[in-house]
Structure formats: C-alpha cells, structure tokens
Design a binder for this molecule. Sequence first.
Ligand SMILES: [Zn+2]
Length: 669
Amino acid sequence: MDKNVAWKRIPELRNILEYHNKRYYQQDDPEISDIEYDRLIRELQDLENQYPDDDLASSPTSRVGAAPLAKFASVTHPSTMLSLANAFSPEEIIDFDNRIKRLAKVDCVDYIAEPKLDGLAVNLIYEKGIFIRGATRGDGITGEDVTSNLKTISSLPLKMRQDSGKAIPSFIEIRGEVYMESKPFKKMNSRRVEEGEEPFANPRNAAAGSLRQLDPKITSRRPLNIFLYNVGEVKGIRLSSHWEVLQALKSWGFPVNPLIEQAKDIQGGIFYFEKIGKQREALPYEIDGVVLKVNDLALQAGLGAVSRNPRWALACKFPATQETTIVKDIIVQVGRTGALTPVAIMEPVNVGGVVVSRATLHNEDEIIKKDIRIGDTVIIQRAGDVIPEVVKVIAAKRTGTEKEFKMPTKCPECDSEIVRLEGEVAHRCVNMSCPAQLKEHIRHFASRGALDIEGLGEKVSAQLFDAGLIQDPSDLYFLNKDQLLALDRHGEKSAQNLIDSIKSSKTPLLDKFIFALGIRNVGERTAKLLATRFGSMENLINARIEDLTTINEIGPEIAQNIVQFFHEPKNKAIMAKFSKAGVEPQKKAATANELLQGKSFVFTGTLANMPRNTAKEIVESLGGSIHSSTTSKTTYVVAGSDPGSKLDKARLLGIKILSEEEFLKLIDR
Ligand SMILES: [Zn+2]
C-alpha cells in the first residue's frame, strides 16, 4: 500500500476497531464475526509494522497483542492507595461530618457523593497522556502489574483525549474500579456452566479473576468495565476540587460514573445515600454503598489520614443482606495457631447474589450465646466481603429434633487433648506437631500476602506434608524435582515450575518474611512495622520486649509472642535451616512507608491540624521516631503555637525547626 493511503487507512481502521470493541464488550451486541474482527486487526497490525506512528501505544492492536505471563510483576504505587473507613448508619455519617468540621474549624463542608461499586480497585499511570502501567491495589503500597489485561478493557482510553477542558498532565496516577455488569456476568456464567467450567460466585470475583488472568487473551474475552474516580500523584497541572478532578477525567475520555453528584452539606450526602439505596436493585451493576468525599482538595490534604484511612472520605455501607436457611451440621477446623473454629454447614442459599453454604461460628461462647443447634433454621447475613455469619436462630421453627453442639475434647486431626487457656475464648490443640497446624502453617507461609509461592496452595502443601517430604516451611527449600515427580499429580513441567517458584522466593521482602513465619498476632501490618523498625531478621530475633514495645502499635502481649517465638528451640532450628538454604530476606526498598527512616522528631506547642498523637502515629508509620526532649541527635523540632523551651534549646543546638505547615508538607499531607 502506498504510504499516503496507509496513513489514511491506519486511523480509520483504529476507529472501526474501537467501534467494534464497544459493540462487543460494552453493548454485548457484536456486528461482525470474530473472523472478520481478526482480519481487521491483522490488516492494521501489518500496516503499523510498515508505517509505525506515534499513536502505536494507544492502538487497538496493543489491546490484544500481549503474550501470556508466567507471573505478575509487583509494582510500587507512586503514592499510597488508602482504604476507606466504613459507616453503617446515618448517625455515623453525621459523626464523620462533625469530626471534619471540628478539625477544619468550619461550619459546613461540601461533599461529592458517589456510588460504591463492588469491584477491584486499580491504579493507572499515564505519562504525557499515554497509558503506561496499571496495577491492582494490592496492599495499598504495592500491587500486581496488570497492564496488558487492563488494555483489553475497551472503555479504558489508552490515550488521554484533549478536546477541551483540562490540559494533559505530564504524569498522572488515576484510580478506579474494574467491575462486571450483572447481565453480562450472568450470561458469561451460564456459558461457563455449558462448557463444563466452574461458574464464578459473584461479579466481583469474576472481575477480580479476569483481571488477574496471566493470559490477556482470556481477559479480553471477559466483559470487564471500568469507572475512574480519583487521582493520586499529578504533575504539571493544578486541581483544586474533587469535582474538578472528575470533570477533568471525563474531559480526558475516562468513564466516570454518571450517578456522581455534589452534596452541599452532610444532609445532602445522607439524602444521596438513601436515594441510591432505593435505586440499587435497578442498577446494571452491584454496589454495596456510597462514598462521600470532601470536595475541597486543600481541605482533604489538611485533614490527612489516620492509619490507612483518609479522614476526608467515608464509605457508607448499605445494610447487610439476610436470608434464612438450615444448619445441617457443625464441624470444627484447626487453624495455624491450633485454635479450633466451629463452622456451620448449611443448606446452600443465595444471599444477595452469592451462594453461601458455610458460616463461621467463631467459638463455643458464640454458639452458646446464640444457642445454635444442628438442625436449626437460622438467619444468616453477608455484608460486603465479610465472611457470612449466623445472625440468629428462629426458635419458633424448632421441632425438638435439633442437636446441641459439643466442642470436641480431642483434636479432630491429631487426637491430642484440647485445652482452653485462661482468658481465651478459643479452644486449642497445643500439640506443636499437630498435622493440621503444620499444614496450615506451610500453606500460610506460601500464601499471597506472605511469600506468594505460585503452585503451593492448600492441596499441594498438604500432599507434600503427608508424603513426609516437608515438616515445616524451611523444608521447602531442600525439595528436589525427583521427589516431586515421585508424587502423583506432578508432571515434569509442574514439578519444575514448583521448584522454580520456591527458588525465586529465596529473597523475600523482610516484612513479607516476618508475616510468613506465622508468629501469633503478627499480621501484615505489624510485620511491616517490625521490618521498618528493625531492618533485618537478625535485629528482630535479638530484640527484647522493651525494644519491641517502643513501636506504637505493639503492646506487651505481641512483644511477648515475638520474643517467645524466637526462643522456642524448634523455631530456632527452623530459622537455621532457612539460613542454610540461603533464604535471605531483603530490606524493603525505600517507599513512602520509609520516608522518614532514621529521622527523629521532637514536638513542641499545639498543632492546629491534628492532635499530637496523630502526628506521632504518622511519623512512626513513615519510619521516623519521636522523642520528648531535644538533643544533638534530634533531626527536626516541629513548633506548633505556644512552643515551649524545647524550641530555645533547638535554636541553641542548631537543630532544624519546622513550622506546622512545613511538617505537613514533609509528611505529604
Ligand atoms: Zn491437633
């Protein structure tokens, strides 16, 4: 084809293909066959190969071209993705508004009210208007790189439009939610059932599962959609209100939920909450509440965040969905820490779109309190992502044949004596080598939030354990391929894959490794705090209780658990095996979390924007430390109003003094 003809045909083909993408994915009403579609794609691909132009990155061909991945790369978000605090009643919404008014010293706050979609949060990066990278939210700091999969979502512009409105920023982080509409979801599910595949439990799972597909071709055949609703880091332009952000997103061609409204005050927000609640069933997608956000971005910045929740936004959740069903049995599960959890096995029932057949009963006290018996008719509820729970028994439906539940006296897995320690609600199997606990321990070690060892799920870890190949997680690193091949279920390829993924987990991030060890009461957040404070496994192992309790969120109980864990001879042996195998936890790369690493602060006077305790928490969460008196080792003295003698001393010692404003800037609020 002649060059001039090609340069006309290329944009035209792109246009045609975008049109068909929309018909196919968004309207679920294709006009052309897959074969014709593929022919157009190939024609465009050929022309682009001969005559590459600047718009290649945003071409429809880039939506389908990517090859399957072996594993998602993990990426650090330029700015942390916070999670929202929840409210379940209008009273809690009013409390939220009162708190803001008090902190900001204003009489009235205007809000932006948005439907809260039940999907998967993502973070997108555009440079000079071109889509560069997209990641799942993950833990808010790092997520999985799902760029190729996001590109298959036809409603997501690969290139920002500039028709009118805001100029295109040189760099921007855009936040949104990937979701699946209810109708295409149902259609897809019935297709899956026809083809003998497992249906997805709900649109949220389907959206998450589709976005986390290693093969983008599969993702491209799933009816995914996206709404964008916020921005993170922005360079090159100024935005002053959340409403302006939404208008800018729209003008750049991003899908923004048309139901978003401005609310002049909190009453307007509550009115919106009730209004959307009534429309809920009629919407084409599932929502679980509404989100209220402070409109003024300067005010948002001033309010900052507590822990991981911004003070300027609130998720107002609709009441949980309830259903009635029958408890067929109550079984007992043994967890990683030996705790026994009774679980109700129920007649399967659809609760707000999800089929539920199990509900946790937490512990024996809970069963006694609610008087739940086997055979009872019960009301169960599910709120958002929370595990379903039994609300109450309908006693009027009892026939007299119901059976009371008795906590077993022997562990269902190892037959050891069950004990109930003083001050604890849980019954425990205290046999350190209880197979249920050991298996659970290994599964936890390999799980996504921990070392994320691909291919080592519940079944495989149990299989390796039962075959006597591993006793604890450190044994994983001594496995060889022949041992795996000797087990059924493992072919040459899957054995090699497992060996490879175990090997590639040898340099975990320190916090992930600490979490993976399964120390009691040390969750992901605590593991992060410990990693930040101690910096190496060696320092943590040698930490004393009084060192540990200097961390704000660690009290004597957790500190005791940690010290005990590393003193336990069996655990010492395991740690030694890790070293022998060459497992070396890595100090985390500097992220926003360690912004203040090694910096020490002294506060004097009153802060206008936040209580001193909050300031303290923020500094510590960013890796800094707080001291009560100024010494030559102090990095900064933060002076609020009416500062005391600490300020004079700081001047004397030549320590850097920060005003409250400078401090807020430093901590990026
Ligand atoms: Zn046991």
